[in-house]
Ligand binder design. Structure first.
Ligand SMILES: *Cc1c(COP(=O)(O)O)cnc(C)c1O
Length: 362
């Protein structure tokens, strides 16, 4: 049998592992931070109608500049942004990869603060960018001083700030973003994949964009918008940044079907985001109930909760799986991560966890 070792693979990819969150069919899947609420019927009907229209033009290449989609995304984000500020791709993972293609690459480096999103080092290795794993403060927080000191020390070409941070859920202050920006001449990306789950009125790095041409704020429709399967991510930045990304994107990278579906969904923003309140309630409930079960949930501004106090994460993960509940072992000792599901799913998780939690004698 041929193995990777037998192929003339790039040396810097030897020994690497691909992204691999398990995809298992279980009654309660709370492992990849999806929005587990089904799409409302009237939104689904509008998307189907838009797709039916687009299908008849599939003989032609799509709008390479996805102009209507950029208009829709700019309208959704607000903050005075226009289509010139917006870029989109097949998931924010592709957006981040394009950022590394344009601003990273061989001889250049990317700084992130671990534990953080597991795709960052994988995107770095795929683009030949050197990955620099920076450190966080206690409780996975990242203060302006801690972050800026490491930026000055390592002089990265790119910094990724995950806000709130995956897999810990930790919110990030705008002071940290501005301190990092001021400490580097490189590109600073704030990955706001979970921004919609922050408390109402919480600050977003979008407010920092004016006058900061090296600041990029990435978002996704995968989480709050319940659109993970469609693959739509985007960013807001100075128009010059979007021109840089045009140098590395594949021509016509966003299919006509993707553009049509996303535009139709964005026309129903209020309805698509109606589940966000419920998900935030389930997230807060997870924090309360996990503590009541004797675990240590960490501060979360996202749609998932990382909780410590797990003696044997693998054993608890497997025991929950046997109960039909899939969560995530993110490799942080003593911790597991669970996404906030529907009320019923969250209840199923909490009840299963109560059953598999060893009773400790006082
Ligand atoms: C889920 C997630 C993304 C989004 O990925 P898509 O490619 O848009 O589905 C980006 N960043 C972080 C930190 C995430 O957790």
């Amino acid at each position: 049998m041929t193995t990777l070792d037998d192929l003339p693979l790039r040396d810097d990819l030897r020994g690497k592992s691909p992204y691999g969150a398990p995809q298992k069919h279980v009654p309660v899947a709370l492992n990849v931070n999806e929005n587990s609420h089904p799409m409302p019927d009237d939104v689904a009907d509008d998307i189907v109608a838009a797709l039916a229209g687009a299908v008849r033009s599939l003989n032609r290449y799509p709008d390479r500049e996805f102009t209507r989609l950029r208009d829709s995304l700019a309208g959704y984000l607000g903050h005075g942004l226009t289509r010139e500020n917006i870029w989109a791709a097949n998931g924010s993972n592709e957006v981040l990869q394009q950022v590394l293609q344009a601003f990273g690459g061989p001889g250049r480096s990317l700084l992130g603060f671990v534990p953080t999103y597991s795709m960052y080092p994988i995107l770095a290795s795929g683009t030949g960018t050197r990955w620099i794993p920076g450190a966080r403060d206690a409780e996975f927080e990242l203060s302006a001083e801690t972050a800026a000191a490491q930026v000055r020390q390592t002089s990265p070409d790119i910094v990724f700030l995950c806000a709130p941070n995956n897999p810990t859920g930790t919110p990030l202050s705008l002071e940290t973003v501005t301190a990092v920006y001021d400490a580097t001449d490189g590109v600073v990306v704030v990955d706001e994949a979970y921004a919609e789950f922050a408390p109402d009125g919480a600050p977003t790095a979008l407010s920092l964009l004016p006058g900061r041409p090296r600041l990029l704020v990435s978002r996704t429709m995968s989480k709050a918008f319940a659109f993970a399967g469609a693959r739509v991510g985007y960013l807001a930045a100075d128009p010059a940044v979007t021109d840089a990304l045009r140098l590395v994107r594949l021509p016509y990278h966003l299919s006509a079907l993707t553009q049509a579906a996303a535009i139709a969904a964005l026309a129903h923003t209020d309805e698509m985001l109606a589940m966000v309140d419920d998900i935030r309630r389930q997230r807060d409930r997870l924090v309360t109930e996990l503590a009541a079960l004797g675990y240590q949930p960490h501060r979360s501004g996202s749609n998932f909760v990382l909780f410590g106090g797990v003696d044997d994460p693998n054993a608890t993960f497997e025991a929950l799986l046997a109960e039909g509940v899939l969560i995530r072992d993110v490799g942080i000792p003593g911790n597991l991560r669970v996404s906030a599901g529907t009320e019923a799913e969250t209840t199923a998780f909490l009840e299963a966890l109560a059953r598999v939690t060893p009773v400790v004698a006082e």
